[in-house]
Write a protein that binds this ligand. Structure first.
Ligand code: FES
Length: 351
């Protein structure tokens, strides 16, 4: 069992700076330009999931602001990232979001062809170029690319620090789990008419939860269910790493609404308890006690039900939500049985 996960005080204490954030950060073109030059092109960006590129030649193209970035699985199992730009006259090399290249990426403008490792190996009339045959010399422009926990990270800065250094304590938190083996079951992309930070701001706090999510359980007195079983912000542990990443640990992990006015356990907690052979009736009026009961039941029954990774997971993660916000744009909630994440990007129309 991971001591790193057990020691929730491991992240450094931070001073709250409390400076006011001007609205222009969300609306001003000048600030957006500064973000692009000083941030987006300097940070590690999560752009893909390794399981989406299982075989050599599999590729995926992702947009970040005005850039298109191509990630390609290599023969040796690594992943390389390139700008989606033909090095002849700058035509986009691919126009779809994903695919498999058997031998070469062939540009649709003049048929220059690049192998999956980015090397030009065919150009029509190659002997006519005054600088000499470009094949074997010209390469796609490559970006720094590293994988961790099954995610593909890319950095546009050729002088960037390592991904491990960038992630700081998140590296240790996630390395203790089997996240790299998890598969994506659902994906959805939305275009919203707002600045990208609006979305991240929302996922960076749980202050709104008792208000916004109260509607799902209108019978509930939220003050009666605060005891380690909801996402009420006063029960949440907030951490900020020196690297600028955030961690929120929400005990219970269930939203407000675990009991009705009489103290009966409500859904979805009731179904969770039954699935793990716990009678919700036995916890009437004391929902906070279900947290430890669930942890013990999962520990006891998990392995025989096929949850073979449970022996590497701390008790807290059987019930609690570990929510991370990786600077600048990636928010993820991790439980013992899966995760869901959200990624915000600047609009493509930005230029
Ligand atoms: S621009 Fe790609 S081959 Fe000419």
């Amino acid at each position: 069992m991971s001591e790193q996960l057990r020691n929730l005080d491991r992240w450094p204490e931070q001073e709250t700076r409390g400076h006011r954030i001007p609205g222009s950060r969300y609306t001003a073109k000048e600030f957006m330009n500064q973000e692009w030059e000083g941030m987006w092109t300097k940070v590690w960006l999560l752009l893909g999931r390794e399981a989406e590129l299982p075989n050599p030649g599999d590729w995926q193209m992702e947009e970040v602001g005005p850039e298109e970035i191509l990630m390609v699985r290599q023969k040796d199992g690594s992943v390389k990232a390139f700008y989606n730009v033909c090095q002849h006259r700058g035509n986009p090399l691919v126009s779809e979001s994903k695919g498999t290249v058997l031998r070469r990426f062939v540009c649709k403008y003049h048929s220059w062809a690049f192998t999956p490792d980015g090397t030009l190996n065919f150009a029509p009339d190659k002997e006519d170029f005054p600088e000499g045959n470009p094949c074997g010399k010209v390469r796609l422009q490559e970006l720094s690319c590293e994988t961790f926990a099954g995610f593909i990270f890319v950095n546009m800065d050729p002088h960037c620090q390592s991904l491990q250094s960038y992630l700081g304590p998140i590296w240790d938190d996630w390395a203790a789990r089997d996240i790299h083996t998890w598969r994506r079951t659902m994906a959805n992309t939305m275009w919203l008419p707002c600045n990208w930070k609006i979305v991240l701001d929302n996922f960076n706090e749980s202050y709104h939860v008792p208000t916004v999510h109260q509607g799902a359980t209108p019978d509930t007195d939220r003050k009666a269910i605060r005891g380690h079983i909801d996402t009420y912000f006063k029960e949440t542990q907030f951490d900020l790493s020196d690297e600028g990443h955030n961690r929120m640990v929400m005990k219970g992990g269930f939203s407000v609404g675990s009991t009705d006015a009489e103290g009966n356990i409500l859904e979805p907690l009731a179904s969770q308890l039954r699935y793990w052979e716990i009678d919700p009736e036995a916890f009437k009026g004391r929902p906070e006690a279900t947290r430890e009961a669930l942890q013990q039941a999962k520990r006891r029954l998990g392995p025989e039900r096929g949850y073979t990774h449970y022996d590497r997971i701390p008790d807290e993660q059987f019930t609690d939500a570990f929510h991370y916000t990786l600077f600048p744009n990636f928010a993820v909630s991790v439980w013992s049985d899966g995760f869901h994440f959200l990624r915000a990007r600047p609009h493509r129309s930005y230029s």
